[in-house]
Design a protein around this ligand. Sequence first.
Ligand SMILES: O=c1ccn([C@H]2C[C@H](O)[C@@H](COP(=O)(O)O)O2)c(=O)[nH]1
Length: 302
Amino acid sequence: MLTVYRLIEMAGVRKVSYPPVEPEYYEARKEEKRIESLFDAAQIVQNVFFPQLKKELVTAVEEELSAKATSFNYVREFVEKVSNRFWNDEYAKGVIEGPFHQAKHDLENLSKWFAQIYLPLKHSKFALAAKHIAIPSERATSAFDPENDLHQRRIANHLLALGRMTVQYTVEPKTGVGCVIMKDNDIVAVGWNDFPLKSIEESFHYATDQERDGKYPFFIHAEQNALLARNAKDVTGTVIFVTKIPCHECTPLVKVAGIGTVVLSTPLKPVQEKYSLNYDTFREEVERGTFICYEASTENVS
Ligand SMILES: O=c1ccn([C@H]2C[C@H](O)[C@@H](COP(=O)(O)O)O2)c(=O)[nH]1
């Protein structure tokens, strides 16, 4: 960590976010103070989340969930399952360090992280969302095939996981969306849905389900943010990894940018949508051959 830290700073990074589990830290208690002093002295901002849970508990949660979980789509259900299994006061006293309420919160965050990010990494399968479609050659990313190529499946898993992690930055209370654009095996953009920079959060932020249309005009979508902030001008024939089906606003932008392959962390099935965003446009474009689309599934992994 110390060595990597110097490289991170030299590369000009100004913000570092940790996943909830940072194994090196467990083994490096003695270095904790020094690492903190280094970070204090530098300009890098840390988003730290170190659960106050003992390593045995983290390992047990991982094993338990790997064995028992059948669907990782319902995070709330998943978090509940973990809490019921691991949180009774007697058991908790033996495996928790630090203040109890903090530890409970950490356990919840840990299980959310397992459910959303870590376990799909192990269990995702990819399949073409529409078969036998002829893709115009200028759009095709023929070399990228996570369905059949193990290495590319791993890349797809990791970049979808990165997409899911970026979702933590959104202020959108209901649906966070994250995406990553990859060009020649390099990440050239990361984006999530959010208010425009410097905007002040208003009450539409807390819009109820019935008032959802009211919030849409104020949010920049994940794909829009990624395209606007990309560090490569030409993204023709690249791959975008996204945690939600692109809507009718984003689909033409992705198309015009020339992105040829879309990897979704959800199935590309018809979405019953009563509100003003629609998700059929994207499906139609896939069926027309505008994009090669892979859908990930993490169902039935028991
Ligand atoms: O392609 C898309 C589609 C939607 N989003 C954003 C826009 C909104 O903030 C949410 C959707 O909210 P719902 O209440 O679930 O309709 O997702 C996006 O970033 N990219």
